[in-house]
Design a binder for this molecule. Structure first.
Ligand code: NAP
Length: 332
């Protein structure tokens, strides 16, 4: 029997451009319409959540708001033939936690098309260690593997390597036998990255070339970029003939200072990754890989677990680029 009230982290605009985060009691009837009422067991922290939780109107248009673009839990009510009460489900992306009350509340109500059954061999907790970050990393890996960029072709560069997307990308690619060069701004995290499987670690400065040259020495068979800006431009200019670079993030910059030469003289490809609107049939395939052949053995070592009251401080740390690995939120 469900309770009518539940706890959530609510972000409010206290005064113009001044946002507060408070733990509040809310009622289920305040949730939007939807096919599935889900009791959230775990959520996670992604960069987009940190933006939503700090009043970024490009992510969340209206406040007060409950962020959390990820939620994993158990269906309590369903009007969909695809789900029954008691089913364990994962919901990531779409408008969850952006403009629809998200996973930083113990309940969410969403369209059935936003949920998928939690795969066998993956717990709800493990699914949130991956979360949107892991799903995005796996989509990026999938593009490289399918291109194909093969392990014997050379090194793979992964930027923002200690972050959520980066750390999971390093782990999966190392598991698949690729030689990884990690770009990180945290010299103190070199043990962490080596344990994940990085063969080499370089600084953000080493990964950025400001000479303005249109092409640089070919160093990478492929790359997974999570930061954008000059690091992404330098990566593309340094990618070997026929290589592939994926691009998913903009923590460094949304700009891409580049000419067309890497594309037209070296046949380099740049592929964009979107996790929010990714169609459900692709999601299902990627999550099966995350639960199966690509499952990271030491998945737990990537995550720090917190509860709602601790989340606000960790959000600030993420906004300053100081967070390492994944953060999961326990809502049990
Ligand atoms: N397209 C999509 O669907 C999608 C999905 C998920 C995430 N994203 C995007 O991917 C990016 C990473 O997300 P995340 O959840 O992994 O965030 P995160 O956990 O905060 O990781 C970002 C990492 O980037 C590095 N970094 C931070 N500031 C930087 C700067 N100014 N210059 C260069 N590197 C910097 C840091 O790693 P080091 O200290 O190791 O360098 C940081 O840990 C974000 O832009 C996010 O919005 C996009």
């Amino acid at each position: 029997m469900q309770n009518n009230s539940y706890t959530a982290l609510v972000v409010k605009e206290a005064s113009p451009n001044n946002y507060t985060r408070e733990i509040e009691t809310k009622t289920i009837k305040e949730l939007p319409q939807g096919d599935l009422l889900i009791r959230v067991h775990y959520s996670s922290l992604n960069y987009k959540d940190a933006l939503s939780a700090s009043g970024n109107r490009g992510v969340t248009r209206h406040y007060p708001h409950v962020p959390g673009i990820d939620g994993a839990g158990v269906v309590e009510e369903s009007s969909s033939i695809d789900f029954s009460p008691g089913d364990q489900v994962i919901a990531t992306g779409f408008d969850l936690g952006m403009n629809v009350s998200g996973g930083y509340g113990q309940y969410i109500r969403i369209p059935a098309g936003w949920a998928l059954h939690c795969p066998q061999h993956l717990s709800l907790r493990e699914s949130m260690i991956y979360g949107t970050a892991g799903f995005t990393a796996a989509q990026s890996v999938n593009k490289l593997v399918s291109h194909p960029v093969l392990p014997e072709q050379g090194k793979i560069l992964i930027s923002g390597a200690t972050g959520g997307v980066g750390s999971i990308a390093v782990s999966i690619m190392a598991k698949l036998g690729y030689s990884i060069t990690a770009v990180s701004g945290k010299p103190e995290a070199s043990d962490f990255l080596t344990k994940l499987g990085a063969a080499e670690i370089i600084s953000r400065q080493q990964a950025s070339d400001s000479s303005g040259k249109p092409l640089l020495k070919e160093k990478w068979a492929g790359a997974i970029d999570t930061v954008g800006g000059e690091i992404l431009a330098t990566t593309i200019k340094s990618t070997a003939y026929g290589g592939l670079v994926t691009c998913c993030g903009n923590v460094a910059s949304p700009e891409l200072p580049l000419s067309v030469y890497p594309f037209i003289l070296r046949g380099v490809s740049l592929l964009g990754i979107d996790s929010a609107k990714c169609p459900i049939h692709i999601r299902q395939k990627i999550w099966q890989k995350l639960a199966g052949a690509w499952k990271i053995e030491n998945l737990d070592s990537l995550a720090t677990e917190c509860r709602l009251p601790e989340l606000s401080g960790i959000i600030e740390k993420m906004l300053q680029g100081r967070q390492t690995g994944r953060v999961i939120v326990n809502l049990l």
